[in-house]
Design a protein around this ligand. Structure first.
Ligand SMILES: Cc1ncc(COP(=O)(O)O)c(C=O)c1O
Length: 339
């Protein structure tokens, strides 16, 4: 494995490894690869759009030394922007709501971000997202020089995944990717990857993985609590014609996927990645023998130790479900180890 000197921390964003999973589902009839976005320096896939959007705004002169960058995010995009803004010496205000995990707030503060709280959901839609976006607009009017990255509409969001994420996957697998499973929220990732597949004539089927209760593919209301998965609006970046299938996962599906991945592959990832793992299990019988599948695992598990990886929290939420990720005997894992 070669190592190289990078020009600052932002230069380490992207180029994440694609690892073959041989133990997750030992009797699988297709190959399965996981792209570990947790290994971005800010800990998630959102480092990519944060960097792309800010870099472009700097190039265009939309952001200067006195600009206040303002964004609504309850997690990873906020962290990605906090990292990029701090590196460039820019002031960053992150608009959050009561669902934002305490750990994320601590990470944001550690990067020097300012936190702006929205305490009540939008009275019409009942959604916090709408209330946070309204607050962003208000703040943008308040500062003489402000910049709103607007991850829900900025073309740099899908653009970053077109230019980097999907190109890395296609290159690593020599263009042979039959299925790609991706979690959705702003839809920047699915859209960027989907456009790449279309423009490069790849036969990859893009499977979007969304939360039950999200408005992206359905109008049914349900409680959602997995950060980064699903949206309370129909995201303008979503292009349905680029997607071949979608799977709706529950919070329990996310927990089960995370626990299996940790137990069987020793990979600790966040809730949306667990949902993607469960989506593969849901569709596995419809995937042809010998196919090549890839999954994008969006963030690290450490920020989910109080929820997904807490036995007490899981039992309080779902009852005794530990049988769903019963340990493979260690001899089975030993026998299934990669050559
Ligand atoms: C953990 C996690 N998974 C999935 C996503 C969805 O990515 P996108 O916004 O590109 O749809 C996000 C977005 O913030 C995320 O934080």
């Amino acid at each position: 494995m070669s190592t190289s000197v990078r020009d600052g921390v932002l230069d380490t964003i992207g180029g994440t490894p694609l690892v073959r999973l041989t133990k997750l589902y030992p009797d699988l009839h297709f190959s399965l690869y996981a792209k570990l976005e947790a290994l971005n320096p800010g800990g998630s896939v959102k480092d990519r759009p944060a960097l792309e959007i800010l870099r472009r705004a700097l190039e265009l002169g939309e952001v200067g030394p006195d600009t206040v960058v303002i964004e609504s995010s309850s997690g990873n995009m906020g962290v990605g922007l906090a990292q990029a803004c701090r590196y460039h010496g820019l002031r960053f205000v992150c608009v959050v709501d009561p669902n934002t995990a305490a750990q994320n707030l601590a990470v944001l503060r550690a990067y020097g971000a300012e936190i702006e709280y929205v305490h009540e959901p939008d009275p019409v839609s009942g959604e916090f997202l709408q209330a946070r976006l309204d607050r962003v607009r208000l703040l943008c009017r308040r500062y003489p020089s402000s910049f709103w990255p607007n991850q829900y509409e900025n073309p740099g969001n899908p653009g970053s995944h077109y230019r980097t994420t999907m190109d890395e996957i296609a290159t690593a697998l020599a263009g042979r990717v039959d299925y790609l499973f991706i979690a959705t929220s702003t839809c920047g990732t699915v859209t960027g990857c989907g456009r790449y597949v279309r423009d490069h004539g790849l036969s990859t089927r893009i499977v979007a993985v969304d939360a039950v209760g999200s408005r992206i593919f359905s109008d049914e209301k349900a409680e959602r609590w997995v950060p980064g998965l699903g949206a309370g609006i129909k995201p303008p970046l979503c292009e349905r014609e680029l997607l071949h299938d979608h799977v709706l996962v529950t919070g329990l599906d996310c927990v089960v996927g995370c626990r299996l991945l940790a137990r069987r592959e020793a990979i600790l990832v966040g809730g949306s990645a667990g949902g993607v793992v469960s989506a593969v299990s849901r569709l596995r019988d419809s995937i042809p023998r010998g196919a090549t599948c890839a999954i994008l695992l969006c963030d690290r598990g450490e920020r989910y130790l109080d929820t997904v990886f807490s036995d007490e929290w899981v039992e309080a939420k779902f009852g005794d479900v530990s049988g769903l990720w019963a340990d493979e005997p260690r001899e089975v894992l030993w026998a299934a180890r990669a050559g």
